[in-house]
Design a protein. Sequence first.
Length: 304
Amino acid sequence: MVVVVATVTGLLSGCSGTSGSGEPGQADSLAAPATDIYLAPLQTDGGLAVGEPAPLVDRPGYDNQPAFSATGTSLLFVSRRDGQADLHRITLGTFDVTRITGTPESEYSPTPRPDERISVVRVEEDGRQRLWQYSAFGRPIAPMLPEADSIGYHAWIDRTRVALYRVGDPAQLVVADVTTDVDTVVADSIGRSLQPIPGRAAVSFVRVAADASTSVHLVARSDSLTPRPLVDAPAGTRAVDHAWTPDGTLLLAGGQTLYAWRPGRAGWRQLRDLAPLEVTRLAVSPDGTQLALVVRERGAGGRS
């Protein structure tokens, strides 16, 4: 399988549906995979290295979609309990966990914003999946794109433009402007992982070819939203989940192996063997010192 990284800039929008990931956030009725969240130290001085991962949120059931706060002192995540998905916050250092939403609807894809509010994908009572703005304390404020439905995941290009994973067959990448409600379809047959690129008004995403090979692309605000390939995935991997360090290194989760690639270099290097952990999602702290990993619970079926 080949993975290519590309970037996109410009307007973003999204929709709802299922992504084929087996994970809620596209369709709330899907069975949630059993996942835990681990935390590992990242070292950047003298070369990138990953320390030993340790359990951060470890309980039976679905705990997923970690996102660091702007200060890096806490982590937002989705926890699904009794069929209800709510946002939780864990304070790093004390490890105190607080549930911050308790609405009848389910919330996914929590993303801290510069004004300390949170953008989330909300699965509403009528089945719509829209992008909402919530307060830092979990209070729903309003839809950010009232007409955009079927949104599975999202990542911000800048303060007003957002890249959306629109659920469908195939899934689409849409860029939308929350000030005008204008959106543009940028690519199709994409994977769920959308990541802002540090220091750029751009987002990276994964394209999935007909033969199931994958590639990471970039979409940037300055290039008329034309996807550009960045890099092929390591040979033989089916990796789609990725994240960026603040200094511009791309991390890729390939099952039990973590890979690293830096623009301008020819290929990937194996950063760490994570066995027996099977990693399905990554998040890097704003200062680049911590790595959150979503790990499939042993014996759990499906993809997460």
